[in-house]
Design a protein around this ligand. Structure first.
Ligand SMILES: [Zn+2]
Length: 294
């Protein structure tokens, strides 16, 4: 079964991960712009990061037969750093125009501060101006309240709920997100947040409409194969193959294709691999024979 991992930070992952993901059926990824584990000190490092998301990382994925899309934003954590936050937001319009950018994200709350709220509102306005959907991160601490507040902000902004993906849901937040009309993402993590069996229970209880799963794998303890592993858990639990396909393929494509930059038919045509290709003179190979074909 073809799958998409609609929230994964591939910049932090290895070529072995790309190879294992492709072998497990992952045909495409969405890489949201986020923080790097420590605060950036100048706007230029944000700019180089955005350039790598639409450039080198996209090329790197293609070398393993995986299509790469990204979302661009000032992340909630770094929204608290002034005046840098304003400089980054001023930079965004240029990047929201680029090919392969399928949403504004991750935006939202981290510590639920006034600065985060301001950045959240300003970036929702940017999404409207650029006719893009938004990917909303929800806080790890006090998640229920943070999620409700995010939904309130989206409603107050009058942003169309069908173009909002609220991410990192759990049993507590999912009912409210589904009621709101927004899409609901779930990050399947080793040990924390959400796991395969809890996700099976959620799909059995709530169905598959507007339900999305991802690995949210990054530089921390995480697993880039959590989408295929959860699909296997769905199958073992007797969930119909058509429903599994809706969660791991059709839903994320339906959501992100409203950007006009992700196309189902294009995704269904399996891309070829040509590891002889170079990106600005650089290759992913270290002297190995290049793989060419499918
Ligand atoms: Zn993330």
């Amino acid at each position: 079964m073809r799958m998409i991992d609609p929230h994964i930070h591939m910049t932090s992952r290895t070529t072995d991960d790309y190879a294992a993901m492709a072998a497990a059926g992952i045909a495409a990824v969405v890489e949201p712009a986020f923080w790097l584990g420590q605060p950036r000190t100048r706007v230029g490092t944000f700019e180089d990061y955005f350039l790598s998301l639409i450039g080198w990382e996209r090329f790197r994925a293609s070398q393993f037969g995986i299509r790469h899309f990204c979302t661009i934003a000032l992340n909630p954590k770094e929204a608290n750093q002034q005046p840098l936050a304003d400089e980054v937001i001023a930079l965004l319009p240029r990047y929201l125009e680029k090919d392969g950018v399928v949403a504004v994200g991750e935006i939202g709350y981290d510590d639920v501060t006034a600065a985060e709220e301001k950045a959240f509102e300003r970036q929702i306005a940017l999404a409207r101006e650029h006719d893009l959907p938004v990917l909303v991160h929800t806080p790890h601490r006090d998640k229920k309240r943070g999620t409700e507040r995010s939904l309130d902000l989206v409603r107050a902004a009058g942003f169309p709920v069908e173009r909002v993906l609220i991410d990192h849901n759990n049993e507590e937040t999912l009912p409210g997100v589904l009621d709101s009309g927004c899409w609901a993402g779930h990050s399947i993590y080793p040990n924390t947040k959400m796991d395969e069996q809890r996700m099976v229970a959620l799909v059995k209880k709530f169905g598959v409409e507007r339900i999305i799963i991802n690995s949210a794998a990054d530089w921390g303890v995480s697993d880039p194969l959590k989408v295929p592993k959860t699909a296997a858990a769905f199958r073992d639990a007797g969930i119909a193959a058509t429903d599994i396909e809706i969660v791991v393929w059709r839903n994320p494509i339906a959501f992100f294709s409203t950007s006009g930059r992700m196309d189902l038919r294009d995704l269904e045509a399996q891309p070829g691999i040509d590891q002889r290709e170079l990106w600005e003179g650089n290759s992913v190979l270290r002297g190995q024979a290049p793989r060419v074909g499918r």
